[in-house]
Design a protein around this ligand. Structure first.
Ligand code: AMP
Length: 181
């Protein structure tokens, strides 16, 4: 399993699709899954840029993994986003359910990605929701990058402010280097 991480607007969606197509990976986009299923108050919370509860996310991911046959290589965008989610994931890996191979981290500044998000016009791409997602990322997800390294997951940082093609080439290279090693 390969984890794709990065601040909102860093290109996870676009890059995830490209990489999955190029390498025949099973792509899970947590944001897309949640936009499909989540209703009521939780949906409001999501649209305001807040994270959903760890237990709820874990229950959804657990079911998704059950539906994927053993040995399929998964690329997951947007999970884990908190240390609690990562602890669950690594415990599942320890229990032999799958391997967590690599984390690809798309690195971009708030300034650079804000422009992209405001152009995208998704309903949670308002100024306030964008700021909330940036704050969430800094508080909950950024500390995860170090945490994963300390737990023996190889993290590769990629400068996501480059062109789509360059970022894609670097992701492909990171994946191929990892497989060779
Ligand atoms: P994304 O499309 O990745 O930007 O995700 C959109 C929204 O879905 C986020 O702002 C969160 O509200 C929610 N979400 C996605 N992944 C997670 C996760 N792993 N944990 C909690 N909330 C999530």
């Amino acid at each position: 399993m390969i984890l794709l991480m990065g601040i909102a607007g860093s290109g996870k969606g676009t890059q995830g699709k490209m990489l999955a197509d190029q390498h025949g990976l099973h792509l899970i986009s947590m944001g897309d899954v949640l936009r499909m299923y989540v209703t009521g108050k939780q949906r409001q919370r999501m649209l305001a840029g807040g994270l959903l509860e760890d237990q709820e996310i874990i229950a959804i991911v657990d079911k998704l993994f059950e539906s994927i046959s053993n040995g399929t290589e998964i690329l997951i965008d947007g999970f884990p986003r908190t240390i609690a989610q990562a602890e669950w994931l690594l415990n599942q890996a320890k229990a032999g359910r799958f391997k967590v191979d690599l984390a690809l981290h798309l690195v971009a500044s708030r300034r650079a990605v804000k422009e992209r998000l405001l152009k995208r016009a998704r309903i949670d791409d308002t100024e306030a929701a964008i700021e909330a997602r940036f704050d969430q990322y800094e508080q909950s997800t950024e500390p995860l990058i170090d945490w994963l390294s300390r737990h023996n997951v190889k993290v590769v940082n990629i400068d996501a402010e480059q062109t789509v093609e360059t970022v894609n080439q670097q992701l492909v290279k990171a994946l191929e280097d990892y497989k060779k090693a």
